[in-house]
Ligand binder design. Structure first.
Ligand SMILES: CC(C)(COP(=O)(O)OP(=O)(O)OC[C@H]1O[C@@H](n2cnc3c(N)ncnc32)[C@H](O)[C@@H]1OP(=O)(O)O)[C@@H](O)C(=O)NCCC(=O)NCCS
Length: 309
C-alpha cells in the first residue's frame, strides 16, 4: 500500500505532528513539499539514483518552487506500520543549509513513530551532522577497509600456530561444503541485515569464490568466510561464526586460512568489513593501518511500532 500525504505547504516546526523534532526553520514560504507526480520520475531518479535499484513500495516527495530551478530537493522512503524505512534525501547544493532538508524530514516523518535510513557517510559528509540535528541516531554501521596482505597474513599465521584446535575441527572449501548449512548461516546472520550487505548470493560453483573457507566441527558448519578475488585484491564479502564459537579460535583460523588461499592465488591486498559492534576486527584493521574505503551508517529516529499479526 502506498500512503501519500496531501500536497501542500509543509507544517511549521513543532506543529500538530506528535514526533516532530522542531529543527526546521521556515525561511521561505515559496517552497512547497508534496508527493512527486508520475511525470516527475526523471527528477527523482536524477536526485536519488540509488533508490531506483529497488523501487518496490517507495514513495517520492519533492520540494518545489515557482522559479527555476523548480525542483530543489527530493526524498524517498517506504512507509510501513512500523514507520518510515529506507529514507533517502537530497537537497541540491545551492539550497543547502536553508532548512529544506529538515522541513522534508518533518513533512515525511512528522507523524510516524519511527524513521530509518542508510547513508554512506564517507561520501555524504553532510549526512551525519544533519541526521544528528534532526533527531536520528547511528544504530549500526559497516566500515570497509583495505590493507596490505603480507603483514596481516604473517600475523594471523602466527596466531593460528599458537592455537589448540579441537580434533574434530576441519577446514574445507566452499565447493566441498554442505550448501544447505552454509546458506542457512548466511541467511540467518548476513542476509537478515541485507541493507548493509546486499551481496547475498551464495554460488558454490563460482570460481571467483575459491578463497572462501568453511569450518566444520563434528561435521557441522560452524563458521563461513565467503570471499572472492578481483585481480590482486582479495575481498572478504561475508563472515559468520556461530555463537558457540564466537570470541575464540574459529575466526582467527578462518581468516588465516582465507589469507593463505588468497595469497596463493596472487592476492596482495585484502578488503574486509566490520560492523560497529565487531571490536576485534576493528582492532585488527587499526593494527595494520588499514585504509577506510567506505562507511555505511544506519540512522534511526524513534522506536519502530510493534505490529500485531
Ligand atoms: C544532508 C542534506 C540532506 C541536508 O540538507 P539541508 O537542507 O542542507 O539541511 P538543513 O538546512 O535542513 O539543516 C538542518 C541542520 O542540520 C545540520 N547540518 C546540515 N548540514 C550540515 C553540515 N554540512 N555540517 C554541519 N551541520 C549540518 C545543521 O545543524 C542544520 O541547521 P543550521 O543550518 O541551522 O545549522 C544535504 O546536505 C544533502 O542533500 N546532502 C547530500 C545527500 C545526503 O547526504 N543525504 C543524507 C542522507 S539520506
Amino acid at each position: 500500500m502506498v500512503v501519500s500525504r496531501q500536497a501542500g505547504p509543509c507544517h511549521q516546526p513543532g506543529a500538530s505532528a506528535a514526533y516532530s523534532y522542531g529543527v526546521s526553520k521556515v525561511r521561505d514560504d515559496s517552497f512547497q513539499i508534496r508527493p512527486a507526480r508520475d511525470d516527475e520520475w526523471q527528477a527523482c531518479r536524477m536526485l536519488l539514483p540509488e533508490t531506483f535499484a529497488d523501487l518496490n513500495g517507495r514513495e517520492y516527495f519533492l520540494c518545489t518552487r515557482q522559479q527555476a530551478p523548480r525542483i530543489v530537493a527530493a526524498a524517498s522512503c517506504r512507509r510501513t506500520p512500523q514507520g518510515a524505512k529506507s529514507l533517502r534525501l537530497h537537497v541540491i547544493p545551492p539550497f543547502r543549509r536553508r532548512g529544506i532538508g529538515a522541513r522534508m524530514i518533518d513533512h515525511i516523518c512528522g507523524d510516524v513513530p519511527a524513521a530509518e535510513g542508510l547513508s554512506e557517510i564517507s561520501k555524504e559528509k553532510d549526512a551525519e551532522p544533519f541526521c544528528t540535528r534532526t533527531g536520528f541516531l547511528r544504530v549500526d554501521g559497516l566500515t570497509t577497509v583495505e590493507a596490505e596482505m603480507a603483514e596481516i597474513r604473517a600475523y594471523m599465521s602466527r596466531l593460528r600456530d599458537r592455537m589448540h584446535l579441537p580434533e574434530s575441527a576441519r577446514l574445507i572449501s566452499l565447493a566441498e561444503a554442505p550448501m544447505e548449512q552454509v546458506a542457512r548461516l548466511h541467511a540467518e546472520y548476513i542476509a537478515r541485515a541485507g541493507e548493509l550487505n546486499p551481496w547475498r548470493a551464495v554460488i558454490a560453483g563460482n570460481p571467483r569464490l575459491a578463497p572462501s573457507v568453511i569450518l566444520l566441527v563434528d561435521g557441522r558448519v560452524e563458521a563461513i568466510l565467503l570471499g572472492e578475488l578481483e585481480a590482486s585484491l582479495a575481498i572478504v564479502r561475508s563472515r559468520v561464526v556461530t555463537p558457540r564459537f564466537q570470541g575464540g579460535w574459529a575466526n582467527t583460523l578462518l581468516l588465516a586460512e582465507a589469507l593463505d588461499r588468497g595469497w596463493e592465488r596472487g592476492a596482495r591486498r585484502v578488503r574486509f568489513s566490520y560492523s560497529d559492534s565487531n571490536r576485534d576486527t576493528q582492532k585488527l584493521a587499526r593494527r595494520f593501518k588499514a585504509e577506510v574505503i567506505s562507511v555505511l551508517a544506519k540512522f534511526q529516529r524513534g522506536q519502530p511500532a510493534t505490529v500485531e499479526i
